[in-house]
Design a protein around this ligand. Structure first.
Ligand SMILES: Nc1nc2c(ncn2[C@@H]2O[C@H](COP(=O)(O)OP(=O)(O)OP(=O)(O)O)[C@@H](O)[C@H]2O)c(=O)[nH]1
Length: 286
């Protein structure tokens, strides 16, 4: 409604000043095309177009006098102005879109490690849970916690602590497949989503990651060890991501209680059939 009103007002202004009607129509047309192709809200694109349009109208009025009444000269300028309006809108839309995508990417990343941050990880996990409970494919969630990280910070300093977190993230990034997702859950805690892996496969991957982490970080002055818990799920109905991550976290704490530095891998069948059975049969250690 607002857009229609502004367009009508601009058309009247353009007609009053004898401006080529092609200018507002081209701009409006371009705005709608770009709104559709660039996935930018039509109202924002329309606002951009109005800025271009106001500029082109002002130039056109000036050129009307400058052309000295020569129609061919005036026509040339009007074609040029229309082209500028067209490319101006396109350029602004593209820049807008790039900045928006860049901001979106940055808001999904953990500022220190570059892994997915907790919000993005959980959001992606919710989507994966939806997919996996339809396909009935198993998947795993692993929880990684650095042992005695506070001691590392206290003895080696926070800067070294930060460097260790970046190294851990790099190992997690290298040891997971492109279809998996590793994220920093918070502080010295990391989470990994392993897509379409059986219990045996998840055990193999989690043990490999644990060995690689320990080996990579054993060179530091204070030896770094890790506690990892992993749950391999199969489900046929929706269960929240928080609940599944909490189960992997509990598995990790089992290792902490046993004296830290180790891996615990279990499977958890959350299908309707398994849930109807006695609780004990749902979770099984490897
Ligand atoms: N260097 C650094 N330290 C952090 C960061 N975020 C959290 N920490 C520290 O990480 C430490 C985590 O310690 P805790 O959760 O108490 O556990 P812990 O010392 O690892 O002991 P356990 O988990 O029982 O093995 C705290 O001292 C936090 O201050 C960070 O971004 N950089």
């Amino acid at each position: 409604m607002f857009a229609a009103f502004v367009t009508a007002a601009l058309l009247l202004v353009c007609m009053d000043y004898g401006t080529d009607l092609l200018v507002p129509f081209t701009s409006l047309y371009m705005a709608l095309i770009f709104a559709a192709s660039q996935k930018v809200s039509p109202l924002k694109v329309y606002a951009l177009t109005l800025v271009c349009l106001a500029g082109t109208c002002a130039m056109d009025m000036l050129l009307l006098d400058a052309s000295g009444g020569h129609y061919v000269v005036l026509l040339f300028w009007r074609v040029l102005i229309n082209a500028m309006s067209f490319f101006g809108t396109a350029w602004l839309c593209n820049s807008w879109n790039r900045v928006r995508q860049d901001l979106q990417r940055k808001s999904d990343r953990d500022f220190l490690t570059g892994l997915s941050n907790r919000r993005h990880f959980m959001q992606e996990l919710e989507r994966e849970i939806d997919i996996h409970c339809r396909s009935l494919q198993p998947f795993a969630i692993a929880f990684v916690d650095v042992d005695d990280f506070k001691v590392i910070n206290d003895t080696l300093g926070h800067r070294r602590g930060d460097e260790l977190l970046v190294e851990i993230a790099s190992v997690l990034g290298h040891e997971t497949r492109s279809i998996d997702l590793a994220g920093r859950y918070g502080g010295d805690e990391f989470v990994i989503f392993l897509r379409e892996v059986s219990l045996a496969q998840s055990r193999e991957i989690v043990e490999r990651i644990h060995a690689r982490l320990t080996q990579q970080l054993s060179q530091s002055r204070t030896p770094v060890t890790f506690s990892m818990g992993s749950v391999s799920f199969v489900l046929n109905r929706r269960i929240g991501a928080e609940e599944l991550v909490a189960m992997a976290d509990r598995e990790m704490y089992r290792i902490k209680k046993r004296g830290k530095s180790g891996v615990s891998v279990v499977s958890c069948d959350l299908t309707d059939a398994a849930l109807a059975a006695p609780a004990k049969s749902r979770v099984a250690a490897v």
